[in-house]
Ligand binder design. Structure first.
Ligand SMILES: Cc1cc2nc3c(=O)[nH]c(=O)nc-3n(C[C@H](O)[C@H](O)[C@H](O)COP(=O)(O)OP(=O)(O)OC[C@H]3O[C@@H](n4cnc5c(N)ncnc54)[C@H](O)[C@@H]3O)c2cc1C
Length: 416
């Protein structure tokens, strides 16, 4: 039996970042996953470190969008009819939180994390010698209609108020940045200070390697075996049981599998998403991720090819994949960019772990001493992994946290 200071359960970008930050502060840490680090949701994202994004993804405001989604014609969202009744309370809460004044409140609550997110990645990248994955080339969002572009006005005005550089462009100016794009759009917004990575798996692995270099131990095991043993927590692993006074749940969309049996029922839903890599025709390329806003997909240049990622699918986490959204967006993507053949036989699927108020839970687990939570990062877990790692490590070691953690506490659901 091994004894450590802390057990971190789940080795996605969040868990690896938490483990690394704890190890940096001199704690002995066991990082437990049932597979290799970075192979869960953190594998397949669009790679955008979107520290400048202000408003979270919101419930559709227009009846027209809702009807299109209901009729399964919308590229940005899909659903399994059999799942709707189960997810209905969450959807209602999500709609409530999508009111304009609530989006502003969420933006303010999340700013301390987002505004520090890129700097925290950069610091870890230096230590982990992973700078080769980082691109400082911004994020280009395209709008095919005047109406959709006009819908960005509030966010742009807020960005300007906060001093974040945001550039409005016509198609010609956007094509000066990305010459391979066809002029099928009318407007573009260039978020200059967004960054992106060329291989999210490679990045998570590099942080995991740095964790190991600091003496951290990565082990294979089932997090659901976590149980109390006196004042300590014990998890069973392939290397035998591991005990610690503190355990951190960083299981992303799988967190409820461990927490529910412990009596912790926080209202997490998943928004499933897909990706597939494509080649390009001729020597066409992209220097940065591009969002085709009304068509609800992103094209992100990755080491494996051009990664097309889809929007939200409301379905049971473990239901069989139904990648219809990829088929819906491909014609628009091919109009926009000279895509070549698909690289893989079938799409990848992941599940964004989402709370309806678009905030993660970071802090102590209610009613379970020594248990900490860091999950529910939704659309922004790659962005927020390292900054979450710092905050958790500061809270666990009794240091002064760099920001007020109250907005991320699990307690907010008790009073909601
Ligand atoms: C299509 C798509 C595009 C996205 N694009 C972006 C983007 O551009 N930028 C951004 O910031 N975010 C993006 N995201 C969101 C981001 O990927 C997630 O928020 C993030 O990966 C969540 O990380 P995590 O560490 O919490 O979870 P995960 O990466 O899922 O890690 C959880 C880990 O727990 C392990 N695990 C599960 N169950 C057990 C068990 N019983 N025992 C042991 N281990 C277990 C899993 O193996 C996994 O390694 C996107 C997501 C999707 C789906």
């Amino acid at each position: 039996m091994a004894r450590t200071d802390a057990i971190v359960l789940g080795a996605g970008i969040v868990g690896v970042s938490v483990a690394l930050h704890l190890a940096k502060r001199g704690l002995s840490v066991a990082l437990v996953d049932r597979g290799d680090p970075g192979r869960g949701t953190s594998y397949g994202n669009a790679g955008i470190i979107e520290a400048n994004t202000l408003f979270p993804a919101a419930f559709p405001a227009s009846l027209k969008s809702l009807i299109r989604i209901a009729l399964k014609r919308a590229p940005e969202a899909n659903y399994h009819a059999s799942f709707l009744a189960r997810v209905a309370p969450w959807l209602l809460a999500f709609r409530h939180n999508s009111a304009p004044e609530r989006l502003i409140a969420t933006m303010r609550a999340m700013r301390p994390l987002f505004s520090r997110a890129l700097a925290e990645h950069e610091a870890l990248m230096v230590e982990a010698r992973a700078g080769r994955y980082l691109r400082h080339t911004g994020w280009l969002k395209l709008y095919r209609s005047d109406r959709a572009f006009a819908g960005t006005a509030r966010e742009r005005a807020l960005a300007t108020e906060l001093g974040l550089p945001v550039h409005v462009m016509d198609a010609a100016a956007a094509r000066a940045l990305e010459p391979a794009l066809a002029p099928v759009f009318r407007h573009a917004v260039f978020w200059e200070e967004a960054a992106s990575v060329t291989n999210p798996l490679g990045l998570t692995r590099a942080y995991a390697a740095q964790f190991a270099a600091l003496g951290g131990v990565a082990v294979t095991g089932d997090a659901r075996s976590l149980h109390r043993l006196g004042a300590r927590w014990r998890v069973e692993t392939e290397d035998g049981p591991i005990d610690a006074e503190a355990a951190v749940v960083t299981l992303g969309p799988w967190a409820p599998d461990l927490l529910r049996p412990l009596g912790i029922n926080l209202p997490l839903a998943v928004k499933r998403g897909y990706h597939r890599h494509f080649g390009s025709r001729g020597n066409a390329s992209l220097a940065r991720p591009v969002l085709d806003a009304e068509n609800g997909y992103c094209i992100a240049p990755m080491e494996q090819g051009l990664r097309i990622t889809t929007g939200a699918e409301f379905a049971a986490r473990d239901a069989a994949p139904t990648p219809v959204q990829l088929n819906r967006v491909l014609p628009a993507a091919r109009d926009l960019f000279p895509l070549g053949d698909a690289v893989e036989d079938k799409p990848w699927i992941g599940a964004r772990p989402c709370f309806a108020d678009s905030r993660p839970v970071i802090g102590r687990a209610p009613g379970q001493s020594g248990l900490w939570l860091a999950y529910g990062h939704g659309h922004s877990g790659l962005t927020l992994g390292p900054v979450t790692g710092r905050l958790v490590a500061e809270l666990m070691t009794g240091a002064t946290p760099f920001c007020d953690p109250t907005p991320y506490g699990a307690e907010r659901f008790a009073t909601a």
